[in-house]
Design a protein around this ligand. Sequence first.
Ligand code: NAP
Length: 253
Amino acid sequence: MNLSDMGYDLTGKTALVTGSSRGIGKAIALGLAQCGASVAVHYVGHSDEAQAVADQIPNSCIVQGDLLDDDAPRKILTQVREQLGEIDILVLNASMQFRQAWDEVTREKFDQQVIANFRSEFEMIQLAAPQMIQNKWGRILTIGSVQQHRPHSAMIPYAATKSAQETMVRALAKEFAPHGVTINNLAPGVILTDRNTEALSNEDYRQKVMDMIPMSRGGEARECVPAALLLCSNAGSYITGIDLIVDGGMRLP
Ligand code: NAP
């Protein structure tokens, strides 16, 4: 088997990557595009960043939508369908994350994380999967977190939404498997993106985090891309319902 026969060619496929204006989502969007997919770049506020990503992709569009809005899942999918057609590959990457001690968690922040990280994803799958099932081909990838396995005590609702997401993936994998549609979860460890720049700028905290990672370093967003491409292409045709951890060993006890 040579490399071009391994099933990574996504020519003719259309992908939506939520939260692909920056970070891991951006890296995955560019990776899918390199494999030939048309890509919808989704964002909430950073339109210039989203446009800059789309500018690097021959067949692309940008779509705006705040996952906290009740009608965001429907609006986002409609925008993609109007511009690029039906969605073959759905990467649910955007999330919200707040640091609050367990006894300081507010209902507002609790609900926001549940809605953005779990409910909106479930609804996007409800809207996108029927067409994939009809086409007898589809790929759904959720982006979880090493916190499914090692929850941070100051991010309990966030970690719990990531575990809920992974539970959903296992349940839906059995539903979708007979129809040529796979659904998997990719769980990154500490990846050096905008999200944790500020926290890691504190040297004591940074050292504490690095001490938890057997590879003693944070990952780059691009290091999540090979695993994502496997799970979003024909290369991963016999893989469904898994939790693929990309964490430099951080989950290990
Ligand atoms: P990031 O750099 O903070 O980027 C977040 C992305 O999500 C941006 O595109 C942002 O859009 C979008 N977004 C944020 N809130 C949104 C909302 N309410 N509605 C719609 N879109 C929203 O994130 P990242 O670090 O790459 O993380 C990507 C995924 O990996 C997340 O699911 C995260 O939980 C997971 N993860 C990350 C790490 C890590 O260490 N970085 C570790 C484990 C898991 P704008 O650009 O428009 O703001």
